[in-house]
Design a protein around this ligand. Sequence first.
Ligand code: BMA
Length: 333
Amino acid sequence: MSNAQFKELFQRHENNPIITVKDFPYPANSVFNAGATSFGGEALLLMRVEDRRGISHLTTARSEDGIGNWRIHDRPTLIPSPETNPEEIWGIEDPRITFLEELKLWAITYTAYSKSGPLVSLATTVDFGDFERLGPIMPPEDKDAALFPVRIKGRWAMLHRPVSTFHATGAHIWISYSPDLKHWGDHRILIPARKGGWWDAHKVGISPPPLQTDEGWLLLYHGVKRTASGAIYRLGLALLDLEDPCWVIARSDEWVFQPEEGYEVFGDVDKVVFPCGWIIDGDTVQIYYGGADKCIALATASISELLQWLKEHKSFTRKYQTTFQTFRGNLPP
Ligand code: BMA
Protein backbone atom coordinates (compact mmCIF):
# COMPACT_ATOMS: atom_id res chain seq x y z
CA MET A 1 0.00 0.00 0.00
CA SER A 2 1.52 3.28 -1.06
CA ASN A 3 1.04 6.65 0.57
CA ALA A 4 -0.76 7.75 -2.59
CA GLN A 5 -3.47 5.20 -1.81
CA PHE A 6 -3.81 6.50 1.75
CA LYS A 7 -4.40 9.94 0.31
CA GLU A 8 -7.34 8.54 -1.63
CA LEU A 9 -9.00 7.55 1.65
CA PHE A 10 -8.61 10.96 3.31
CA GLN A 11 -8.48 14.17 1.26
CA ARG A 12 -6.92 17.12 3.01
CA HIS A 13 -8.74 20.38 2.31
CA GLU A 14 -6.81 22.77 0.10
CA ASN A 15 -7.35 25.64 2.58
CA ASN A 16 -5.72 23.76 5.45
CA PRO A 17 -5.15 24.68 8.17
CA ILE A 18 -8.73 25.96 8.33
CA ILE A 19 -8.37 27.65 11.75
CA THR A 20 -5.29 29.05 13.50
CA VAL A 21 -4.80 31.54 16.33
CA LYS A 22 -4.35 34.22 13.67
CA ASP A 23 -8.13 33.93 13.14
CA PHE A 24 -8.77 34.49 16.84
CA PRO A 25 -10.62 37.44 18.37
CA TYR A 26 -8.53 37.19 21.55
CA PRO A 27 -4.89 36.29 22.33
CA ALA A 28 -4.05 32.58 22.50
CA ASN A 29 -1.07 30.34 21.98
CA SER A 30 -2.70 27.60 19.92
CA VAL A 31 -6.04 26.14 18.78
CA PHE A 32 -6.35 22.41 18.03
CA ASN A 33 -8.16 19.10 18.82
CA ALA A 34 -11.77 20.21 18.29
CA GLY A 35 -14.95 18.26 18.94
CA ALA A 36 -17.49 18.65 16.12
CA THR A 37 -21.24 18.39 15.57
CA SER A 38 -24.10 19.74 13.47
CA PHE A 39 -25.98 22.43 15.34
CA GLY A 40 -28.77 24.67 14.04
CA GLY A 41 -28.06 23.62 10.45
CA GLU A 42 -24.40 24.58 10.73
CA ALA A 43 -21.11 22.93 11.59
CA LEU A 44 -20.07 23.63 15.17
CA LEU A 45 -16.59 23.05 16.54
CA LEU A 46 -15.72 23.06 20.23
CA MET A 47 -12.04 23.86 19.98
CA ARG A 48 -9.29 23.30 22.50
CA VAL A 49 -7.56 26.64 22.94
CA GLU A 50 -4.34 26.87 24.89
CA ASP A 51 -3.93 30.31 26.40
CA ARG A 52 -0.67 32.16 26.85
CA ARG A 53 -0.18 30.66 30.29
CA GLY A 54 -0.32 27.10 28.89
CA ILE A 55 -3.80 26.31 30.30
CA SER A 56 -6.50 25.08 27.90
CA HIS A 57 -10.17 26.06 27.62
CA LEU A 58 -12.87 25.35 25.01
CA THR A 59 -14.28 27.81 22.49
CA THR A 60 -16.96 27.39 19.80
CA ALA A 61 -16.66 28.19 16.10
CA ARG A 62 -19.59 27.95 13.67
CA SER A 63 -19.65 27.79 9.90
CA GLU A 64 -22.37 27.25 7.30
CA ASP A 65 -20.31 24.89 5.16
CA GLY A 66 -17.94 23.53 7.82
CA ILE A 67 -14.97 24.72 5.79
CA GLY A 68 -14.65 28.51 5.92
CA ASN A 69 -16.11 31.76 7.29
CA TRP A 70 -15.86 30.45 10.83
CA ARG A 71 -17.54 32.62 13.46
CA ILE A 72 -15.38 32.21 16.53
CA HIS A 73 -16.89 33.06 19.94
CA ASP A 74 -15.38 36.38 21.02
CA ARG A 75 -14.38 34.92 24.38
CA PRO A 76 -13.76 31.46 25.87
CA THR A 77 -16.99 29.42 25.82
CA LEU A 78 -16.21 26.88 28.54
CA ILE A 79 -13.40 27.75 30.93
CA PRO A 80 -11.81 25.59 33.63
CA SER A 81 -13.67 26.07 36.91
CA PRO A 82 -11.24 24.99 39.65
CA GLU A 83 -13.37 26.72 42.32
CA THR A 84 -16.29 24.33 41.71
CA ASN A 85 -14.31 21.56 40.00
CA PRO A 86 -10.80 21.31 41.45
CA GLU A 87 -9.92 18.61 38.92
CA GLU A 88 -9.88 21.32 36.24
CA ILE A 89 -7.03 23.25 37.86
CA TRP A 90 -4.64 22.88 34.90
CA GLY A 91 -7.21 23.15 32.16
CA ILE A 92 -9.80 21.31 30.07
CA GLU A 93 -8.82 19.62 26.81
CA ASP A 94 -9.77 17.50 23.80
CA PRO A 95 -13.61 17.47 23.81
CA ARG A 96 -15.61 14.76 22.03
CA ILE A 97 -19.25 15.64 21.33
CA THR A 98 -22.04 13.06 21.07
CA PHE A 99 -25.69 13.96 20.44
CA LEU A 100 -27.90 11.79 22.64
CA GLU A 101 -31.20 11.64 20.77
CA GLU A 102 -32.96 9.98 23.71
CA LEU A 103 -32.11 12.88 26.04
CA LYS A 104 -32.20 15.54 23.29
CA LEU A 105 -28.87 17.00 24.38
CA TRP A 106 -25.22 17.00 23.47
CA ALA A 107 -22.85 15.21 25.84
CA ILE A 108 -19.25 16.36 25.90
CA THR A 109 -16.52 14.15 27.28
CA TYR A 110 -13.30 16.05 27.88
CA THR A 111 -9.99 15.76 29.66
CA ALA A 112 -9.74 17.66 32.94
CA TYR A 113 -6.12 18.20 33.89
CA SER A 114 -6.05 17.62 37.66
CA LYS A 115 -3.19 17.73 40.15
CA SER A 116 -3.30 13.91 40.08
CA GLY A 117 -3.12 13.80 36.30
CA PRO A 118 -5.60 13.87 33.40
CA LEU A 119 -9.07 12.40 33.98
CA VAL A 120 -12.35 12.13 32.07
CA SER A 121 -15.10 14.67 32.79
CA LEU A 122 -18.59 15.01 31.33
CA ALA A 123 -20.72 18.05 30.58
CA THR A 124 -24.01 18.40 28.73
CA THR A 125 -25.59 21.23 26.78
CA VAL A 126 -28.62 22.00 24.66
CA ASP A 127 -27.34 25.23 23.14
CA PHE A 128 -23.51 25.38 23.42
CA GLY A 129 -23.99 28.51 25.52
CA ASP A 130 -24.79 27.01 28.92
CA PHE A 131 -23.20 23.77 30.05
CA GLU A 132 -24.07 21.46 32.91
CA ARG A 133 -21.05 19.78 34.47
CA LEU A 134 -21.52 16.21 35.66
CA GLY A 135 -17.93 16.22 36.91
CA PRO A 136 -15.30 13.48 36.70
CA ILE A 137 -16.52 10.10 35.45
CA MET A 138 -13.15 8.33 35.29
CA PRO A 139 -10.27 8.88 37.73
CA PRO A 140 -6.72 9.70 36.61
CA GLU A 141 -4.93 8.81 34.51
CA ASP A 142 -7.58 8.53 31.83
CA LYS A 143 -8.39 10.51 28.68
CA ASP A 144 -9.58 10.15 25.06
CA ALA A 145 -13.17 9.36 26.07
CA ALA A 146 -16.13 9.29 23.67
CA LEU A 147 -19.73 8.20 24.20
CA PHE A 148 -21.82 6.02 21.91
CA PRO A 149 -24.93 7.99 20.80
CA VAL A 150 -27.45 5.32 21.86
CA ARG A 151 -27.86 2.91 24.74
CA ILE A 152 -26.49 -0.57 24.10
CA LYS A 153 -28.82 -3.19 25.60
CA GLY A 154 -30.22 -0.57 27.96
CA ARG A 155 -26.93 1.01 29.08
CA TRP A 156 -24.81 3.92 27.90
CA ALA A 157 -21.39 2.90 26.59
CA MET A 158 -18.13 4.82 26.46
CA LEU A 159 -14.67 4.30 25.02
CA HIS A 160 -11.75 5.71 27.00
CA ARG A 161 -8.05 5.26 27.57
CA PRO A 162 -6.81 4.67 31.11
CA VAL A 163 -3.08 4.51 31.76
CA SER A 164 -1.80 2.33 34.55
CA THR A 165 1.53 2.49 36.28
CA PHE A 166 2.01 -1.02 34.96
CA HIS A 167 3.47 0.40 31.78
CA ALA A 168 4.78 -2.89 30.46
CA THR A 169 1.52 -3.56 28.63
CA GLY A 170 0.99 -0.09 27.11
CA ALA A 171 -2.13 2.11 27.14
CA HIS A 172 -5.25 0.64 25.52
CA ILE A 173 -8.77 1.64 24.48
CA TRP A 174 -11.29 0.36 27.03
CA ILE A 175 -15.09 0.13 26.90
CA SER A 176 -17.28 0.79 29.96
CA TYR A 177 -21.02 0.89 30.62
CA SER A 178 -23.37 3.05 32.69
CA PRO A 179 -27.07 3.12 33.58
CA ASP A 180 -27.09 6.90 34.01
CA LEU A 181 -23.95 8.44 32.39
CA LYS A 182 -22.53 9.07 35.88
CA HIS A 183 -21.67 5.65 37.30
CA TRP A 184 -19.50 3.47 35.08
CA GLY A 185 -18.57 -0.22 35.27
CA ASP A 186 -18.12 -3.49 33.39
CA HIS A 187 -14.78 -2.14 32.20
CA ARG A 188 -12.85 -4.14 29.65
CA ILE A 189 -10.01 -3.68 27.26
CA LEU A 190 -11.30 -3.34 23.72
CA ILE A 191 -8.44 -2.28 21.42
CA PRO A 192 -5.03 -3.03 22.89
CA ALA A 193 -1.90 -1.15 21.89
CA ARG A 194 0.40 -3.41 19.91
CA LYS A 195 4.02 -3.92 20.80
CA GLY A 196 7.49 -3.57 19.30
CA GLY A 197 7.83 -1.61 16.08
CA TRP A 198 4.14 -1.26 15.22
CA TRP A 199 2.76 2.22 14.39
CA ASP A 200 0.24 1.74 17.21
CA ALA A 201 2.57 0.20 19.77
CA HIS A 202 2.79 1.84 23.20
CA LYS A 203 -0.44 3.93 23.17
CA VAL A 204 -3.80 3.96 21.37
CA GLY A 205 -6.86 6.16 21.96
CA ILE A 206 -10.21 6.76 20.31
CA SER A 207 -10.29 9.87 18.13
CA PRO A 208 -13.86 11.03 17.19
CA PRO A 209 -16.88 9.25 18.76
CA PRO A 210 -17.92 5.88 17.26
CA LEU A 211 -19.80 6.21 13.98
CA GLN A 212 -22.87 4.01 13.46
CA THR A 213 -22.91 2.28 10.06
CA ASP A 214 -24.91 -0.66 8.70
CA GLU A 215 -21.82 -2.83 9.09
CA GLY A 216 -20.94 -1.88 12.65
CA TRP A 217 -19.51 0.94 14.75
CA LEU A 218 -16.70 2.50 12.75
CA LEU A 219 -13.78 3.70 14.87
CA LEU A 220 -11.02 6.09 13.88
CA TYR A 221 -8.32 5.78 16.52
CA HIS A 222 -4.87 7.22 17.06
CA GLY A 223 -1.76 5.18 17.62
CA VAL A 224 1.50 6.48 19.03
CA LYS A 225 4.91 5.26 18.03
CA ARG A 226 7.94 6.34 19.99
CA THR A 227 10.98 7.12 17.87
CA ALA A 228 14.44 8.54 18.57
CA SER A 229 13.12 11.99 17.58
CA GLY A 230 9.88 11.81 19.57
CA ALA A 231 6.40 10.35 19.16
CA ILE A 232 4.43 10.06 15.89
CA TYR A 233 0.61 10.23 16.15
CA ARG A 234 -1.08 8.36 13.27
CA LEU A 235 -4.64 7.11 12.64
CA GLY A 236 -6.11 3.66 12.06
CA LEU A 237 -9.56 2.10 11.62
CA ALA A 238 -11.53 -0.54 13.51
CA LEU A 239 -15.07 -1.88 13.39
CA LEU A 240 -17.19 -3.06 16.34
CA ASP A 241 -20.31 -5.20 16.36
CA LEU A 242 -23.40 -3.01 16.19
CA GLU A 243 -25.43 -4.91 18.79
CA ASP A 244 -22.55 -5.67 21.13
CA PRO A 245 -19.55 -3.35 20.66
CA CYS A 246 -17.40 -5.51 22.96
CA TRP A 247 -16.83 -7.55 19.81
CA VAL A 248 -14.13 -6.24 17.50
CA ILE A 249 -14.97 -7.25 13.93
CA ALA A 250 -11.96 -5.69 12.23
CA ARG A 251 -8.86 -3.64 12.91
CA SER A 252 -6.47 -2.28 10.30
CA ASP A 253 -2.88 -3.36 10.45
CA GLU A 254 -1.70 -0.28 8.60
CA TRP A 255 -2.31 3.33 9.52
CA VAL A 256 -4.62 5.26 7.20
CA PHE A 257 -3.51 8.84 7.88
CA GLN A 258 -0.28 10.29 9.19
CA PRO A 259 1.47 13.66 9.58
CA GLU A 260 2.84 14.71 6.20
CA GLU A 261 2.05 18.39 5.60
CA GLY A 262 4.04 21.15 7.29
CA TYR A 263 1.16 22.07 9.64
CA GLU A 264 1.01 18.44 10.82
CA VAL A 265 4.74 17.91 11.12
CA PHE A 266 5.86 21.14 12.79
CA GLY A 267 4.11 22.82 15.72
CA ASP A 268 4.14 22.90 19.50
CA VAL A 269 4.28 19.10 19.38
CA ASP A 270 5.69 17.84 16.07
CA LYS A 271 4.23 15.00 13.98
CA VAL A 272 0.71 14.89 15.37
CA VAL A 273 -2.66 14.45 13.63
CA PHE A 274 -5.34 14.35 16.33
CA PRO A 275 -9.04 14.35 15.35
CA CYS A 276 -11.67 14.73 18.08
CA GLY A 277 -14.73 15.22 15.84
CA TRP A 278 -16.34 14.36 12.55
CA ILE A 279 -19.54 15.47 10.84
CA ILE A 280 -21.46 13.14 8.56
CA ASP A 281 -23.16 14.26 5.35
CA GLY A 282 -24.53 11.23 3.51
CA ASP A 283 -21.56 9.04 2.64
CA THR A 284 -19.08 11.83 3.31
CA VAL A 285 -17.40 12.40 6.62
CA GLN A 286 -15.65 15.67 7.45
CA ILE A 287 -12.85 15.00 9.89
CA TYR A 288 -11.59 17.87 12.02
CA TYR A 289 -8.15 17.29 13.42
CA GLY A 290 -5.47 19.11 15.34
CA GLY A 291 -2.20 19.59 13.46
CA ALA A 292 0.96 19.39 15.58
CA ASP A 293 -0.92 20.80 18.62
CA LYS A 294 -1.07 24.18 16.88
CA CYS A 295 -3.94 24.44 14.38
CA ILE A 296 -7.18 22.85 13.12
CA ALA A 297 -7.28 21.11 9.75
CA LEU A 298 -9.97 19.33 7.73
CA ALA A 299 -9.94 16.11 5.73
CA THR A 300 -12.85 14.35 4.02
CA ALA A 301 -13.44 10.67 3.36
CA SER A 302 -16.13 8.39 1.99
CA ILE A 303 -17.60 6.13 4.68
CA SER A 304 -18.25 3.30 2.22
CA GLU A 305 -14.64 3.52 1.02
CA LEU A 306 -13.34 3.38 4.59
CA LEU A 307 -15.48 0.29 5.29
CA GLN A 308 -14.42 -1.38 2.06
CA TRP A 309 -10.74 -0.65 2.72
CA LEU A 310 -11.07 -2.02 6.25
CA LYS A 311 -12.69 -5.20 4.94
CA GLU A 312 -9.74 -5.72 2.60
CA HIS A 313 -7.06 -4.81 5.13
CA LYS A 314 -8.26 -6.15 8.47
CA SER A 315 -5.80 -8.14 10.46
CA PHE A 316 -8.17 -10.97 11.40
CA THR A 317 -11.32 -12.49 10.01
CA ARG A 318 -13.10 -13.68 13.15
CA LYS A 319 -14.69 -11.43 15.71
CA TYR A 320 -12.84 -11.37 18.97
CA GLN A 321 -13.94 -10.20 22.36
CA THR A 322 -11.25 -8.75 24.55
CA THR A 323 -11.33 -9.74 28.17
CA PHE A 324 -8.67 -9.79 30.83
CA GLN A 325 -8.08 -13.43 30.09
CA THR A 326 -7.67 -13.13 26.33
CA PHE A 327 -5.67 -9.95 26.88
CA ARG A 328 -3.02 -12.01 28.61
CA GLY A 329 -2.94 -14.87 26.19
CA ASN A 330 -4.66 -14.42 22.89
CA LEU A 331 -4.32 -11.06 21.19
CA PRO A 332 -3.48 -9.95 17.70
CA PRO A 333 0.30 -9.36 17.61
C1 BMA B 1 -2.11 13.53 23.73
C2 BMA B 1 -3.17 14.55 24.09
C3 BMA B 1 -3.47 15.47 22.93
C4 BMA B 1 -2.23 15.94 22.19
C5 BMA B 1 -1.28 14.77 21.93
C6 BMA B 1 0.02 15.20 21.27
O1 BMA B 1 -1.70 12.84 24.87
O2 BMA B 1 -2.73 15.30 25.17
O3 BMA B 1 -4.14 16.61 23.41
O4 BMA B 1 -2.63 16.51 20.96
O5 BMA B 1 -0.99 14.13 23.16
O6 BMA B 1 0.71 16.14 22.08
